[in-house]
Design a protein around this ligand. Structure first.
Ligand code: ARG
Length: 459
């Protein structure tokens, strides 16, 4: 059993409950690789400036590599007494290489060490999340291309509004994820800043070369104020804000998939492997994956609130409160990665029921705006044509006819400017094809957007 940290100053050992209560090793051991990576870079810097010699550096590197092997083989003895990942690794290193292990912490504090570890950890996770987001985007673009001509009802207020193409709808989701990618890439710049060298709070008396450590660890920038360096967790808040926004998008996306796969909509089939059955109702096929992702958005919003609240009243510089940053951040990372993986796997396998979406678009007078626009073309003011079409719709509600099913005479009863070229305008195909400008729903525009999206994904 190792001695209590800085035991010389204390007259009694820590209360056993307090020891467990204040420890973070149960969760911060997830950062073992980054802690070792940071320690090796720090030791190299200390050697460069003459604080360690080459033999000592060699022992430290070999020792830390040995520690990493033990952890990865599941042989490492984690100890609550050693409180956190930093002390656990240093204690083991010292037991392996002796007094040199005790020199590693020269010119460093756990305060700048942990800040460095979290940034390295988060940078690694960001670099694995970004390709998953691209994979989801690729699935959406492929689905959009496949369904560029597929017609479905577009909704506002969840009431039939105007026909849209299914591909256009997929590309709306693509745009949301694209903004999330931008947010994450921007967040990465601030994550990728080195706080090491801040030491406990004021900097250090040793002739350290922070630029060299930064270069070794691939950091683009160095924090410019030691007090801020050890106490800044903005980058974790920004990441969680990104994650909350992404989860909000995935949740909206989920909501539509759940609706669309219901017997009432029947727009899509989700692959069986992403659904589950019911223990009592033999007919059930439940869209568990989208439902769960929709539900998981809640915990990520909660983590964002936790982190903001965690930071709001902390005086400078480091406070133990900061240890509470890790679990929300880690769970956010896990939740985002799981949700993205599920969606990236599921989206390419969505089957669209084209006849059903087409039939649905025919209900609800989805081409009423097209008729109004047609009458404007015939010289009516838009407000007047809106009124005329309203009367035609009211008639259709009574007789059960769609606008396209009414006879020319019936239509002319509402406005004598209507001629038989109206029927082309009243088709669903004509309606979507007419919205043929950048950002519009026309199949042409979907194909053009797919081409732009592919260029973006390749870059
Ligand atoms: N386990 C601590 C944390 O996560 C490491 C830093 C501890 N520093 C200190 N002065 N107690 O924040």
């Amino acid at each position: 059993n190792q001695e209590k940290l800085s035991s010389a100053r204390f007259s009694e050992s820590t209360d056993a409950f307090v020891e467990a209560f204040t420890a973070s090793i149960q969760f911060d051991n997830r950062m073992y690789k980054q802690d070792i990576q940071g320690s090796i870079a720090h030791a190299k810097m200390l050697t460069k400036v003459g604080i360690l010699n080459d033999a000592e550096l060699n022992d430290i590197i070999n020792g830390l590599n040995q520690v990493q092997r033990e952890i990865e083989a599941g042989e490492f003895q984690w100890s609550i007494k050693q409180e956190d990942i930093h002390m656990n690794l240093e204690a083991r290193l010292t037991s392996l290489i002796g007094i040199t292990g005790k020199k590693l912490h020269t010119g460093r504090s756990r305060n700048d060490q942990v800040a460095t570890d979290i940034r390295l950890y988060l940078r690694d996770e960001i670099d694995s999340i970004l390709p998953e987001m691209k994979r989801l985007q690729t699935g959406l673009v492929e689905l959009a291309e496949r369904e560029a001509d597929t017609i479905m009802p577009g909704f506002t207020h969840l009431q039939t509004a105007q026909p849209v193409t299914f591909g256009h709808h997929m590309l709306a989701w693509f745009e949301m994820i694209k903004r999330d990618v931008e947010r994450l890439e921007d967040c990465r710049k601030r994550v990728n800043t080195l706080p090491l060298g801040s030491a406990a709070l004021a900097g250090t008396t040793y002739p350290i070369e922070r630029e060299y450590t930064a270069e070794l660890l691939g950091f683009e920038r160095i924090t410019e104020n030691s007090l801020d360096g050890v106490s800044d967790r903005d980058f974790a808040i920004e990441f969680t804000a990104f994650a909350a926004t992404l989860m909000m998008h995935l949740s909206r996306f989920s909501e539509e998939l759940v609706l669309w796969s219901s017997a009432q909509f029947q727009f899509i089939d989700l692959p069986d492997r992403f659904c589950t059955g019911s223990s009592i109702m033999p007919q059930k096929k439940n869209p568990d994956v989208p439902e769960l992702v929709r539900g998981k958005s809640g915990r990520v919003y909660g983590h964002l609130m936790s982190l903001l609240t965690l930071m709001k009243s902390q005086p400078l510089a480091y406070n133990k409160d900061n240890q509470e940053d890790k679990e929300p951040l880690f769970d956010t990372v896990d939740t985002v990665k799981g949700s993205l993986r599920a969606f990236a796997d599921m989206v390419p396998a969505i089957q669209v029921k084209r006849e059903m979406t087409y039939e649905a678009a025919k209900r609800g007078f989805s081409t009423a705006t097209d008729l109004a626009d047609y009458l404007v073309g015939k010289g009516l003011a838009f407000r007047d044509s809106h009124e005329v079409v309203g009367l035609a719709v009211a008639h259709g509600i009574k007789t059960g006819e769609d606008l396209s099913e009414m006879s020319l005479e019936t239509l002319q009863g509402f406005c004598d400017k209507i001629t038989d070229d109206v029927f082309e305008v009243l088709t669903l195909e004509g309606s979507v094809a007419a919205r043929d400008h950048l950002g519009g729903t026309a199949p042409n525009q979907v194909r053009a957007a797919v081409t732009r999206a592919k260029t973006y994904l390749d870059s």
